[in-house]
Design a protein around this ligand. Structure first.
Ligand code: SAH
Length: 229
């Protein structure tokens, strides 16, 4: 069983986009995960395959129709499809590394990308969509947000990242930000590498990194400290 991602969008040409390059692209070609994209407009209504309409109650913009989105969802993920169904939305729960880890360990994900003013509330309820946000700012559509979710998931799929271990020490995995990195040259514009990293003393290096992680987290993201992973 491999991780299977399905994306529903009115902009299918945006995919796989960056997911087809680098780590996730290689993994896709190697069959470590599966990806398909579905054009919501295929289920659009009438001669113009309409997917949206004006908001009930008035106001600016357009809203994606519940019936059209539901028809697309039902065609992509039947009742027996075990994958969680996400709706990218600035109102959603902020994406966390913990949620990413859970998703990556599962059978995959179905992601609905919103556009315009968003999606009719009734399809969110009727299809039990999990609203997920990638941050407190507003994008023009859910496509890039869906790519963010998938990129974060795919790199955790076993076999995708060269060194499995490198994932475990990263930012957020321990509820802390990562320590600073250094590489060659030893001297860069008069700045040297912290002595301890050149000492060869693995315990001292480990302690120093932990200390740096804690200090950075305290300084930049104190909100992470009291938080359960
Ligand atoms: N009117 C909405 C914003 C719509 S933006 C509001 O004020 O909340 C259009 C689409 O972009 C959304 O339906 C959603 O799918 C996507 N989107 C925008 N910002 C996002 C974010 N921070 N995280 C995830 N998806 C986002």
């Amino acid at each position: 069983m491999s991780f299977h991602a399905s994306v529903l969008t009115i902009m299918p040409d945006m995919f796989p986009g960056p997911l087809g390059a680098s780590l996730s692209g290689t993994a896709l070609r190697e069959g470590l995960w599966r990806f398909d994209v579905h054009d919501i407009r295929t289920h659009g209504l009438g001669r113009h395959r309409a997917v949206d309409d004006t908001p009930a109650g008035g106001g600016a913009g357009m809203v994606l129709r519940a019936d059209v989105v539901a028809a697309c969802l039902d065609a992509v993920a039947g009742a027996d499809d075990p994958r969680p169904k996400l709706l990218m939305s600035p109102r959603g729960a902020p994406l966390s590394q913990a949620r990413v880890r859970d998703l990556a360990a599962g059978s995959g994900v179905v992601i609905v990308c919103g556009r315009f003013e968003g999606v009719d509330e009734r399809v969110i309820e009727a299809r039990d969509l999990e609203e997920v946000s990638i941050g407190d700012y507003v994008l023009s559509g859910g496509e890039i947000a869906a790519m963010v979710v998938l990129d974060a998931c795919v790199r955790l799929i076993p076999g995708v990242m060269g060194k499995v271990l490198s994932g475990e020490e990263e930012s957020f995995e321990q509820g802390l930000l990562e320590y600073p990195h250094y590489t060659k040259p030893r001297d860069f514009e008069g700045r040297s590498i912290p002595e301890v990293l050149l000492s060869g003393n693995h315990q001292r290096i480990k302690d120093w990194r932990m200390e740096q992680s804690r200090a950075l987290t305290r300084l930049r993201r104190p909100d992470l400290l009291g938080q359960k992973k």
